[in-house]
Design a protein around this ligand. Structure first.
Ligand code: SAH
Length: 349
């Protein structure tokens, strides 16, 4: 049985034409029913013949994850633990910025990247999420928003939840294409961000997709020595390779990346580190997003003092780097990546 949410429009056209001898526009009709009208039952699709609706009911499902746990923070952030068909638990977060409702979507069940500061990696990757399951994460948030007000929707999506998007490349790309498609979620490309820990083949491939979707790179260090300690992936792709891939992306896609940099007390947050970072990314058009660390009780890392955060920002700015400090959400509800899931999986066993 196919999950209809797994298909980007081109793939659905192909499947319906070759296997079901349908006209091409059938895929457009289905997209409009499931994404514009959010119909979840084939019987309601009144412009599709009864005969074909019966075939759809036989061969296709419209799988939407169930809410296993829901936490709401005092700032309105919603954190969900969603249950998939195989009982896998997946975290999805909704953050309310002044410019819109931002969904933070997970791309895998667990993560194998092994960043030493991150709770997502407490549980190794069990499997990739399908395109349809990622679509499901956004559909559930949209349903919750609709309960708050008829016109409320997810307006921005960041693929920054648990998992490494470029370790699940094809499913993630189909997912963002459905988000962006005018008959899909119709979310503007610049309102969608994919974040990678630095898989350089993925960055190069992504550069050639011809997409306007934003790319963020988790850098977190100004040199290989510090990065090797924080991120296992750094041992595979060093800083030089990573910067080469970034420059290739800038040249090929004609867009700049955002570097994410978590400030960890005493580890990567000195003025010298800021100067080194500025020198490292000189020659790219990149912009730096400084992230206050969300402490995890099992780990030794601490967040930088406010003064260090501001000094770091100041130093970058003086060196001509554009940088901002990321606003924090939901710190009262285990909002750090993977924390809620890790806790619940532990309770399950
Ligand atoms: N694997 C991808 C996407 C998931 S991580 C990537 O690495 O980019 C999304 C972002 O959250 C990354 O920048 C990650 O480093 C950061 N992050 C992880 N744990 C964090 C924590 N405890 N506090 C703040 N940011 C964290």
């Amino acid at each position: 049985m196919y999950n209809l949410y797994d298909f980007k429009i081109e793939k659905l056209e192909e499947l319906l034409m070759t296997n079901y001898f349908q006209k091409k526009y059938r895929a457009t009709q289905l997209f409009k029913w499931i994404y514009e009208k959010r119909v979840t039952n084939f019987d309601e699709m009144s412009d599709i013949s009864l005969a074909f609706r019966e075939i759809l009911t036989r061969d296709f499902k419209l799988f939407i994850p169930t809410i296993f746990k829901k936490q709401v923070s005092s700032d309105g952030t919603i954190k969900l633990l969603l249950k998939m068909e195989d009982e896998s638990l997946v975290e999805t977060v909704l953050m309310r910025y002044n410019y819109g409702n931002v969904a933070c979507v997970s791309s895998q069940v667990g993560c194998n990247m092994g960043c030493s500061f991150c709770a997502s990696g407490f549980l190794k990757k069990k499997r990739d999420l399908t395109t349809g399951e990622m679509i499901g994460e956004v559909l559930v948030l949209d349903q919750l928003l609709k309960e708050e007000g008829e016109n409320k929707r997810v307006t921005h999506v960041v693929v920054m939840g648990t998992g490494e998007p470029f370790d699940n490349y094809d499913n993630v790309l189909d997912f963002v294409r459905i988000l962006n498609h005018p008959y899909g979620f119709a979310i503007g490309a610049r309102h969608i961000t994919v974040s990678t820990c630095g898989l350089t083949e993925g960055i190069r491939k992504y550069a050639n997709e011809g997409l306007q979707i934003n790319l963020a790179i988790s850098l977190h260090a100004p040199n290989d020595k510090i990065r090797n300690k924080l991120m296992a992936i750094s041992l595979k792709y060093n800083m030089e390779e990573l910067m080469d891939a970034v420059k290739y992306y800038e040249k090929t896609a004609g867009r700049r990346v955002t570097f994410e940099y978590i400030l960890l007390k005493g580890i990567n947050d000195s003025k010298e580190n800021a100067k080194e970072l500025a020198a490292l990314i000189k020659g790219t058009l990149a912009y730096v997003n400084l992230i206050p660390y969300n402490p995890i009780k099992e780990l030794v890392y601490q967040r930088s003092d406010d003064k260090n955060v501001h000094d770091f920002l100041d130093t970058l700015t003086k060196c001509g780097v554009t940088a901002t400090i990321r606003k924090e959400f939901g710190t009262d509800i285990d909002a750090a990546c993977g924390q809620l899931r890790a806790k619940n999986e532990k309770e399950k066993v």
